[in-house]
Write a protein that binds this ligand. Sequence first.
Ligand SMILES: [Ca+2]
Ligand SMILES: [Ca+2]
Length: 275
Amino acid sequence: MTSKSSTLLPVSSLRTLFLAPWIAMQLISLLMLIGCSGDGGTGPEDDGTAPAPITDLSVIGFDTHSVTLQWTASGDDDMTGTATSYDLRYAAEFITYLNWDRAVPISGESAPRPAGSIETMQVTGLNENETYFFALSISDEESNSPGVSNCVTATCYENAEVTFLDAQLETAVRAQLTKPTGPLYRSDVRQLFDLWVESAGIADLTGLQECINLDHLALYDNAIGNLTLLANLTRLVELSLSINQIGDVTPLAGLTGLYALRLGYNQIDDISALS
Ligand SMILES: [Ca+2]
Ligand SMILES: [Ca+2]
């Protein structure tokens, strides 16, 4: 600003004393000229009231390369009228006002509809198996904004149906998910963190390979011989497979997060894969 840079000039204190009132007058004239508007623009006078904050941003769908978001529009002034623009952004980390400037702007937002309207937007061009965080801000015509909305997260993947070939295993999974009937999707079985199925005659683990968020799995006293389908369950920290028909434990070699592994009463000769 003019006044600030002037005080930095190496002038004598006497000259500063005489010039200060003149500089102040010039500054007042300049401010009157631009109408004292906050951003110096020529748009409508600032109404001084920002849109209400958006607090209900949510994920209503996703696919391999897209995420669909929904929220309720606020208005030009709090929850009244119609705001002017949205700024939707994504990041690889949780978004708050602190890191908002580093979040990546997404183009193609529609103009806000009247306060109270349900807005949806599909964000496309995302990477499969990547996790994204989303947040948005809303502004009125004078760039008044309440700041950053709540932040939501989604991972892009094909939400395929998951089939369990062993009825006992499926029953146990459904019980744990409290979803007794209907198709089981990846988005369902990824909600599974603990599973305990004992003495149920389970031989076929098909379906468990999709339960990638399991951290505790206990399958005592079943008829399991092949562990291949457990190889991708890298979040497991506790795995109990005692009393089965297991000969080969090499599929478990990549489960580096395990701190408890129980393999008693099987037919294992070589555990070097687990070293
Ligand atoms: Ca306005
Ligand atoms: Ca306003």
